[in-house]
Design a protein around this ligand. Structure first.
Ligand SMILES: O=P(O)(O)O[C@H]1O[C@H](CO)[C@@H](O)[C@H]1O
Ligand SMILES: O=c1cc[nH]c(=O)[nH]1
Length: 236
């Protein structure tokens, strides 16, 4: 047991999918895992372990934002010895050629989170994806004929930002593909613990055009992302 996860060591697989939304964790467990068992309900942040194509896999909700995902990822890596972690999240696109429901693989993440400044001071640490997981997910996405993008995403500390238009335009000018709220922390912690991590995102809304999906769709229908994340995490 840890402060936020009510599981015994061994209840959690060494490969874990990480949706922000705990109900997306439940959906993945119910629709993709065989013999799924719920190991965590603390704070309603569901965690399940089952098998996918014969491999033991867990799925753990992380909540929203860097402080929340950092709690779960620290505990998963430190106390449960999790080795491979793939975030399956939603994001808002800021490029014209990235459309709602497209899938993004984050090879790196920029951020305004203070977490890395607290660790590195003046140095800008570059949080990066694990190459093997990235390659596996890319190959799985190509096989499924997805509209796939690989690039830099922005991990934001704010969902609602005062100077959003100007700020998002600056990010877009520097070729950032989309905005979400957790990846920089996941990649930084993976580097610290020497583990493998990747973020796979589905574009839930387009920040430039205003097009968006419903909360139900965000919870249950981003199945291409879920499948390529599962296929990536079970491969060597
Ligand atoms: O859909 P999830 O995984 O929660 O990801 C995105 O959605 C939330 C904001 O609505 C933030 O957590 C953001 O990163
Ligand atoms: O963090 C997020 C997620 C989806 N859409 C956004 O605009 N931001």
């Amino acid at each position: 047991m840890t402060t936020h996860i009510g599981a015994n060591k061994g209840d959690i697989a060494d490969k874990v999918l990480l949706p922000g939304d705990p109900l997306r964790a439940k959906f993945i467990a119910e629709n993709f895992l065989e013999d799924a068992v719920c190991y965590n309900e603390v704070r309603g942040m569901y965690g399940y372990t089952g098998t996918y194509k014969g491999e033991r896999v867990s799925v753990q909700g992380t909540g929203m934002g860097v402080p929340s995902i950092s709690i779960y990822v620290n505990e998963l890596m430190d106390a449960y010895d999790v080795q491979k972690l793939v975030r399956v999240g939603s994001c808002g696109a800021i490029q014209e050629d990235v459309n709602v429901r497209d899938v993004i693989l984050a090879n790196t993440s920029s951020t305004d989170s203070s977490m890395n400044r607290a660790t590195f001071g003046e140095v800008d640490f570059a949080p990066s994806a694990d190459f093997t997981l990235l390659r596996n997910a890319y190959d799985a996405g190509v096989k499924k004929n997805l509209n796939l993008h690989v690039g830099n995403v922005f991990t934001s500390d704010q969902f609602y930002r005062d100077n959003a238009k100007e700020f998002n335009q600056k990010l877009a000018d520097y070729n950032v593909l989309a905005i979400e709220m957790e990846t920089s922390a996941l990649y930084t912690l993976a580097a610290k613990y020497n583990r493998q991590a990747l973020t796979v995102l589905t574009v839930s809304d387009h920040i430039l055009t205003g097009e968006e999906t419903t909360s139900e769709e965000r919870q249950t229908t981003f199945t291409d992302m879920m499948e390529i994340a599962l296929d990536a995490v079970i491969q060597d």
